[in-house]
Design a protein around this ligand. Structure first.
Ligand code: NCD
Length: 526
């Protein structure tokens, strides 16, 4: 068994970005070496994971052929213990949570790798954290999790085989890629994973071809632009072919009927029509182009019709074979086999230590006289500028939230007041004879009411003043929840997930599991 600690050992792949760009490229290079060795009929033992202690669990709670079978055969290649989780005949049917199931299975191998497909978005991130903590507390080795497709969210291992296939077609030139994404861009997780998978290329041009109902969600389109991609949109293949700049690589997807609401499903024939390739289009496609597809395609109404199967456009068959090779290498990496020769940039550690409680100079020393309902404080704490500029109801709600969460049952008083002469309003809470908020309470205040100030008052004078900014992370409150119903943290799944949001962009927050973006106000339950 390999005992040297590899940089990939015990890692999990919940999303594409769980491997850095250099690490992704390392996976592709190793896959190319393996593929070449296979075709040259060389001895493959150096690619095999020599670890009898590793147990792989295939947990497919949604249908799958390619992903499941390529992983199964990749595990056979390594001769590791393979467990097939049969959800139809397991305690899932006795209403056991997936968290409980996985926790228990973790004890049945010395080191486990769970490969999970589920409609619960963010499931692998949740399990990685929760089961990781459990394993640590009980002296077990932390299991790895691979996301084999979670609802509409991501499908990172499909992305790895897709990128490997693009690299092969482009002769490993990473300077530029021009790719058309065609089909159900709204529901297709393999498309969503492109947002980060394509970052291995320096210049990326993406053409999105989908009718309005199936268009790529704005969140992903903005993320592509933030990654520096040039993005164009078209509503049908016909419209796309009517202009001059046509991509040499096309990535088709099927219409994901099982994820569509009735309203869209009723119009499916019309929608499919706009993203299905037709014989008459062939002459418009540039010489040497390639068509890809994660598959499966619909046998009656495929978006890539079968008359193209034996044409030079067919890159999808080789793409699906590449799934086997990339997954062999990925299992080897997470099992700790490869990594000695990795010399690139690893993942950046996430840090949530940014300053968000800043001490500011005290300018106005005298505590202002509030005329209505609120007593001037002799000494104590005044929380000021609460939800300044928001609607009155939002300000009142914020005041209540602060009082409830910070447990201010003391004789505090509060109110809503004009904020100077700005015409705006703000909330204010004054707590007499109370001088100390510990760090935990201050963090809580920042999470509930960023933008407020905290004044420490002594003998009617402000002696200390703190400005409380938006924190980098908001977590573990009863009153916050992800508003994506398909998220693993949704109460309907009973998986007991600790809610957590991470600041993204200027003032947005994303759920740390399903990555859905929220505004600050959206996070909170009213
Ligand atoms: C895809 C999936 O499951 O997301 N298939 C796959 O894994 N090869 C695409 C699809 O189902 O359409």
């Amino acid at each position: 068994m390999d005992t040297k600690k590899s940089p990939f050992l015990e890692r999990s792949i919940a999303v594409v970005n769980d491997l850095s760009v250099d690490e992704q490229f390392y996976l592709y290079r190793k896959t190319a070496e393996l593929k070449q060795a296979i075709f040259e009929r060389k001895d493959l033992s150096s690619f095999k994971l020599n670890n009898p202690e590793l147990g792989v669990y295939l947990m497919f709670l949604e249908d799958s052929t390619r992903t499941k079978e390529s992983f199964r055969n990749a595990a056979y290649f390594h001769k590791i213990k393979l467990n097939n989780f049969d959800s139809a005949h397991s305690s899932v049917n006795k209403k056991e949570s997936l968290t409980d199931t996985v926790k228990m299975l973790t004890g049945y191998s010395f080191h486990s790798l769970f490969i999970i497909r589920s409609r619960m978005e963010g499931v692998c991130r949740h399990l990685e954290r929760q089961i990781g903590e459990y394993a640590k507390a009980h002296g077990l080795s932390a299991p790895s999790f691979i996301n084999a497709g979670d609802g509409r969210h991501e499908h990172p291992t499909q992305e790895f085989l897709d990128e490997f296939s693009f690299l092969e077609k482009l002769n490993w030139n990473r300077d530029h890629i021009h790719l058309a994404l065609v089909g159900d861009l709204f529901h297709g997780r393999t498309v969503h994973s492109k947002v980060n998978g394509l970052r291995i290329f320096k210049n990326v041009e993406v053409d999105l071809i989908a009718p309005q109902d199936l268009k790529l969600p704005d969140y992903y389109e903005s993320a592509m632009k933030r990654n520096g991609f040039e993005v164009r949109r078209f509503s049908s293949i016909r419209e796309y072919l009517a202009q001059k700049k046509i991509a040499p690589l096309w990535y088709f997807t099927r219409l994901q009927l099982e994820r569509m609401g009735d309203k869209i499903r009723d119009r499916v024939d019309y929608l499919r029509e706009s993203v299905s390739f037709k014989r008459e289009f062939i002459s418009r496609v540039p010489e040497g182009s390639s068509f890809f597809h994660p598959l499966p395609r619909h046998r009656e109404v495929p978006t890539i019709p079968s008359f193209l199967d034996n044409s030079s456009l067919n890159a999808w068959d080789e793409q699906s074979r590449n799934g086997f090779y990339t997954r062999i290498v990925l299992i080897a990496m997470l099992g700790g086999h490869f990594g000695d020769d990795f010399d690139g940039q690893g993942l950046e550690e996430k840090s949530y230590d940014q300053e968000f409680i800043r001490s500011v100079e005290v300018k106005v020393k005298q505590v202002p006289e509030y005329k209505v309902g609120i007593k001037p404080v002799e000494s104590g704490i005044v929380i000021d500028h609460i939800a300044v500029g928001e609607e009155l109801q939002v300000i009142w709600n914020r005041i209540n939230k602060i009082r409830k969460n910070l447990d201010l049952n003391v004789s505090a008083s509060h109110g809503v007041y004009p904020s100077g002469k700005s015409g705006k309003f703000k909330g204010l809470i004054s707590i007499p004879d109370f001088r100390k908020f510990n760090q935990g309470k201050l963090r809580m205040l920042a999470a509930i009411s960023p933008g407020c100030t905290l004044n420490v008052v002594d003998k009617r004078q402000v002696v200390e003043k703190y400005r409380i900014a938006m924190p980098p992370r908001i977590y573990n409150f009863q009153q916050i929840s992800c508003k994506n119903e398909a998220c693993i943290s949704s109460s309907k799944y009973y998986e007991n997930v600790v809610q957590e949001f991470i600041r993204s962009g200027e003032s947005g927050f994303s759920c740390c599991y399903c990555e859905k973006e929220h505004t600050f106000n959206d996070i909170w339950d009213e």
